[in-house]
Ligand binder design. Structure first.
Ligand SMILES: [Zn+2]
Length: 323
């Protein structure tokens, strides 16, 4: 019965490495969550006490960070689950789904930011601007900016080390948060010290555009993975690797797709006409091992095609499936 058979041989090594990567990412995200709660809380309290709309707006922006980090933590928690009857390959795609949602959140925050920038600019042109603010709000914005920037660098570093797409996305998120806080600080200083009031609306407009661009980058990378897109360069690299395996005469088809950060490869190779079934299977297994040494390949589905002996010979295909 199909129910009792494990239909695909998923690499235990890759699964273990993925679990470790997800665990590291999750720990970083819990740290991010604590920082977001502290910074957003302090900004909202000080902003309300100081009547600083700019600082309150920055605090609200960091509040949306809490939502996106929570979405990433939930996504990673789901993606760690082992495979079941419904998800034979495992639940790795939940990570891409969470990254997609975080990107969508960023995109919406950017839109709100642009909208506020536009209304503020019109308000400024009409002669209304917010009253000069006290210095305490600027200090808080500076603290927030520095904290966000250091967390951005930290997330970026860990993301590079672990190749985690969710951490890379959150590093982008922190960069826009850091810039938001920095421009809030500049706007507060500019308004209170130099009485330059146009900084705030212009900064909000520029930042909104930057956040939208950043959100779109996250959206497009995760949407590529979710829609089974695969880099042509990586495909060529995989073909080159397969061709190094002895016995492989040609590679007629290769496609890959992502399951979270892991890759699943489908390929068709040409082997010598008189190769036995055992030899063909051995070649397929070596291909899988060689690919797994260079890429995070969860499993391969390889179809074997015999090289045509003569024009009249009918090619027979042996469909190879790992078990
Ligand atoms: Zn499931």
């Amino acid at each position: 019965m199909l129910k009792n058979i494990k239909p695909i041989s998923i690499s235990n090594l890759i699964t273990k490495a993925s679990h470790q990567r997800i665990e590291t990412s999750r720990r970083v995200f819990f740290l991010n969550l604590i920082v977001y709660i502290l910074i957003a809380g302090a900004e909202l309290v000080i902003g309300t006490a100081d009547h600083s709309t700019a600082l309150i707006a920055d605090g609200q922006n960091n509040l949306t960070g809490i939502v996106s980090v929570t979405a990433l933590i939930v996504g990673l928690t789901f993606s760690k689950r082992p495979s079941d009857d419904f998800h034979l390959e495992g639940h790795w795609q939940f990570e891409s789904l969470a990254v997609f949602l975080a990107g969508l959140g960023m995109f919406l925050v950017g839109l709100v930011c642009v909208w506020e920038g536009i209304t503020q600019t019109f308000g400024f042109l009409a002669g209304h601007y917010t009253a000069p603010l006290k210095g305490q709000a600027a200090y808080m914005a500076a603290i927030s900016g520095v904290t966000m920037l250091s967390l951005c660098a930290f997330n970026h570093f860990i993301a590079r080390k672990t190749q985690s797409s969710s951490l890379a996305a959150s590093a982008r998120d922190f960069l826009s948060d850091a810039l938001t806080s920095t421009s809030t600080m500049l706007a507060i200083i500019g308004a209170s010290l130099f009485r330059i009031h146009w900084i705030d609306p212009v900064a909000a407009l520029l930042l909104g555009c930057f956040i939208i661009w950043n959100g779109c980058q996250i959206l497009s990378t995760s949407a590529e993975k979710l829609s089974n897109g695969f880099s042509p360069k990586l495909r060529t690299d995989i073909i080159d690797k397969i061709l190094t395996v002895s016995g492989v005469m040609d590679v007629t088809f290769v496609d890959g797709r992502y399951s979270g950060n892991n890759i699943i490869i489908e390929a068709e190779i040409t082997l010598a006409n008189d190769d036995s079934l055992t030899k063909s299977y051995r070649i397929c297994k070596s291909i899988e091992q060689i690919l797994q040494a260079s890429f995070p390949v969860l499993y391969c589905c390889i179809q074997v095609k015999p090289a045509p002996k003569s024009a009249s010979a009918q090619p027979q295909a042996i469909i190879w499936k790992p078990f």
